[in-house]
Each structure stands twice: as C-alpha cells, then as structure tokens.
Write a protein that binds this ligand. Structure first.
Ligand SMILES: [Zn+2]
Length: 138
C-alpha cells in the first residue's frame, strides 16, 4: 500500500502530503472528545501499515501521573483493532510518548515517521532521528 525503503535494519515508509493531511484532519476532529474537557485536551493519530488512521485523545486524571497522552491512546486504539504495525504518528510529541513510539518501532522493525505540521508543509522525521541515544538501544 505505502512505499518503503529498508534503511539499516528498519523499514521507513514514504508518505505523501494527502495522507499526512488526513492524519491531522482526523486528529483535529477527535480533540472535541478529549477527556474531561476538549479545551484542555490534545489529540493525535496513527497511520497503520494497512492504511487505517486511528485517533487518540488525552484522558486527564486529577493525579496527573495517571493522565494518558493522546499518542498512547492512539497507539492503543490501533491495537484494539488488531493493528500493531504503526508507520506514522502525528507530532510533535512529549518525551514520554517518543519513548513509547520508539519501543513500538523496536518491536515492529518500522522506523515510525513522526509527522509535524510546520506552517503549510509537513516535516516527516523517523523516530530514530528523534532518539539519538535511545533506551533500550535494540
Ligand atoms: Zn506525550
């Protein structure tokens, strides 16, 4: 479905502008469902190898520690549909979420593309480039 290159030992998918725009459109539509208040919430979306886009919204806790970030919820949303192979996620992401994305990448062998909207264009950055000294390394 999507073209990819094998770089070192990982697959890096190539995304066109249209799919990037769709990822942000779906994430932006989902933010209204952020919990408990959309105005204080965040949203993200993931793109799977099968071409499906799953949104996630932040789910806040009064403890703050138990708050679930929209990226984690989007990853779990995809898994709930039986899709573990994530090829891209919207960003930017906090460092906790980068760690979660990195760990997913290690398991799938896919260098997940973090798509960042910068004015009217998309920056597509493999998670490996955002994690120069990752833990675990492999
Ligand atoms: Zn986060």
């Amino acid at each position: 479905m999507f073209k990819f290159k094998k770089i070192k030992d990982k697959l890096v998918y190539q995304l066109d502008e249209k799919v990037c725009q769709k990822m942000f459109s779906i994430a932006n539509q989902a933010v209204k469902n952020a919990y408990p208040k959309s105005a204080e919430g965040y949203s993200a979306s993931v793109l799977t190898k099968k071409g499906h886009i799953y949104p996630g919204v932040s789910y806040n806790s009064d403890t703050l520690t138990l708050t679930m970030h929209s990226e984690a919820v989007a990853l779990a949303h995809a898994v709930l549909h039986g899709e573990k192979d994530i090829i891209a996620i919207t960003g930017p992401n906090c460092h906790i979420c980068k760690q979660l994305i990195w760990e997913n990448s290690l398991r799938s062998g896919i260098d997940i593309i973090v798509v960042i909207k910068d004015k009217n264009r998309f920056k597509k950055i493999p998670i490996s480039q955002l994690m120069p000294y990752p833990w675990p390394e492999k």
